[in-house]
Design a binder for this molecule. Structure first.
Ligand code: DX5
Ligand code: ZN
Length: 220
């Protein structure tokens, strides 16, 4: 059986002066999820948006809001992002003092839990939590900025995670985020990824033809 590939466009590459229209366009173009990158200028060296913006976007689409929190400490903000309309809340294990507790905070909100590994973060950091989460987000660039170059060295780690998931017969999804383009997307899929995040490729290739770019990433 072939896995169905989901595309989660990152609005980090959208035009922030018309974010609502951009989200509506992504839905029309066939996006599966909407990837929302939240940065605090502390966990990562960049700042983006907070729960208020997500709350304003929420009524515009029924698409799943795939919220990637790059903020530390993360626990105090989970309720805010949940109330704002996040569907999946993904955090980095380095952003909490107690990973199990953070997982429970998200679950108690009735939201799906994602846990993310930076390119240099080892599987050990998350291994014992794999059966408690819905999604593992593997960063293929250093978190902080869109438009960076894909780091192929994360593919091995991805394959190992996929093996663990399959061996345990779990339904955990694997998402890859950073530098995904029309060439490397097939390598990510081969490694076991079923959700591709993409900012620059979706918003900039083919003169910003969102539909075409989503389709190429899905099928290449
Ligand atoms: C980086 C973000 C990514 C990024 C992806 O910290 O998590 O979601 O925006 O953008 P591209 O596809 O341009 O690398
Ligand atoms: Zn992201």
């Amino acid at each position: 059986m072939t896995t169905s590939i989901k595309i989660s466009p990152s609005i980090l590459s959208a035009n922030f002066s018309k974010l609502g229209e951009e989200v509506i366009s992504l839905e029309k173009a066939g996006a599966d999820y909407i990837h929302i990158d939240v940065m605090d200028g502390h966990f990562v060296p960049n700042l983006t948006i907070g729960p208020e913006v997500i709350k304003e976007l929420r009524p515009l689409t029924k698409k799943i809001f795939d919220v990637h929190l790059m903020i530390s400490p993360v626990d105090n903000f989970i309720k805010d992002f949940s109330n704002a309309g996040a569907d999946i809340i993904t955090f980095h294990p380095e952003a909490t003092t107690n990973v199990a507790n953070t997982i429970n905070l998200i679950k108690n909100e009735g939201k799906k839990v994602g846990i993310s590994l930076k390119p240099k973060s080892k599987i050990d950091l998350i291994e014992k939590y794999i059966d408690q989460v819905d999604l593992i987000l593997i960063m293929s660039v250093e978190p902080g900025f869109g438009g960076q170059k894909f780091m192929p060295e994360v593919l091995d780690k991805t394959k190992k995670i996929k093996e663990i998931i399959d061996k345990k017969n779990l339904k955990v999804e694997i998402e890859m985020d950073g530098g995904i383009n029309f060439d490397n997307c097939s390598k990510a899929k081969e490694a076991g990824v079923n959700i591709l995040v993409s900012g620059s490729t979706i918003f900039k290739e083919n003169k910003g033809d969102l539909k075409k770019n989503i389709e190429i990433l899905r099928t290449n």
